[in-house]
Write a protein that binds this ligand. Structure first.
Ligand SMILES: [Zn+2]
Length: 334
């Protein structure tokens, strides 16, 4: 009898956990579906393609996640329009929600859903406000670029948003969170957590990344969906590639032996795509190599709308490696 009861409990627990896993998944998909619905609505009224709205929203969401001075998002959008912009710079009522007075003070605030209120915490009102703002510049790519520059006043921000535009336009989906380990898992490689260690080879800065040791020529792969932001030589990094992903994170690959053929700055890449190979380039003029054992230096950097800083890639590498391993196992079983 006791065995019977524990079986029932076990089955019940199993059902409960798979159900919560299922409903969690549903939530994420739900959020993406809701966002897409808002972008498409904005496209319908402004004739500006949805991926511009997706890119602005995704950029702002990630800035908001790393900044403490901005309020948390209340809806599914990440876009935050500051009160003085929403209400109008000369509007004494910084929290004005009256569409008519806001319009008089040339604020961006708008009543998007027809409830009579221009609410900066309402997703419909926010997306329509952005749509109308962009539309005043025109619907062509060049017009939108100028609109973004006027709005953010930072060329890096405009570049980051336009990079996302390109990625969304290419894949036509918001589901771009997959990652891959930078080296093929079947190759021989070793790495350990060296975050913050003194640099092994020259330089006085602390070591900003993880070194993955492997033989010359082992393929190096993109770890995310992103844009090649940089490709070339640097005295310390040697031949290196920088990729900006959909979350504003910059992935840095250094000491390469060479680049994948046809790899270009501005190119869209996806997880697992070969971008170069392991080498030992760096610490000298272009072409210098062999001053240390071959390895991939992998770094990650975050952008908060003002500056960039590095963070420890080691836990991420571990996670991507684990995920890829279990995916492989699952495929092997089927
Ligand atoms: Zn390194």
């Amino acid at each position: 009898m006791r065995i019977f009861i524990s079986w029932i409990t076990a089955i019940f627990l199993l059902m409960a956990t798979s159900w919560t896993a299922f409903s969690k998944e549903l939530d994420v998909n739900d959020i993406y579906a809701k966002r897409m619905e808002l972008y498409k609505k904005a496209e319908a009224v402004s004739l500006i393609p949805w991926y511009y709205f997706a890119a602005i929203d995704q950029y702002e969401r990630n800035v908001r996640l790393v900044r403490r001075d901005l309020p948390k998002a209340t809806g599914v959008l990440g876009i935050y329009i500051p009160p003085e912009r929403w209400a109008g710079p000369l509007n004494k009522n910084k929290h004005d929600t009256n569409p008519f007075t806001i319009a008089q003070f040339a604020g961006l605030g708008i009543d998007g859903n027809g409830d009579g209120v221009a609410n900066p915490n309402d997703d419909d009102d926010v997306i329509f406000a952005i749509a109308r703002y962009l539309q005043t510049y025109g619907t062509e790519h060049e017009h939108i670029k100028i609109a973004l520059w006027d709005y953010y006043q930072r060329s890096k921000t405009v570049d980051l948003i336009l990079g996302k535009v390109k990625i969304y336009k290419t894949y036509k989906t918001l589901l771009l969170d997959d990652h891959a380990f930078p080296l093929p898992l079947h190759t021989n490689y070793t790495y350990k957590n060296t975050w913050g260690d003194a640099r092994g080879w020259g330089g006085r800065r602390m070591h900003e990344g993880t070194d993955i040791f492997a033989h010359y020529g082992v393929p190096v792969r993109a770890t995310c969906y992103g844009i090649v932001e940089l490709k070339g030589w640097n005295k310390y990094g040697g031949w290196r590639v920088g990729i900006r992903d959909i979350n504003n994170t910059y992935h840095y690959f250094a000491h390469l032996n060479g680049f994948a053929r046809n790899l270009q700055e501005g190119q869209v890449v996806e997880p697992g795509m070969v971008i170069g190979s392991v080498g030992s380039s760096g610490y000298g003029p272009p072409g210098t190599a062999g001053k240390f054992p071959p390895h991939l230096h992998y770094g990650m950097y975050k952008d908060n709308g003002y500056t960039e800083w590095s963070f420890d890639p080691y836990p991420h590498l571990k996670m991507w490696e684990r995920t890829e391993k279990s995916q492989k196992k699952q495929r092997g079983r089927n």
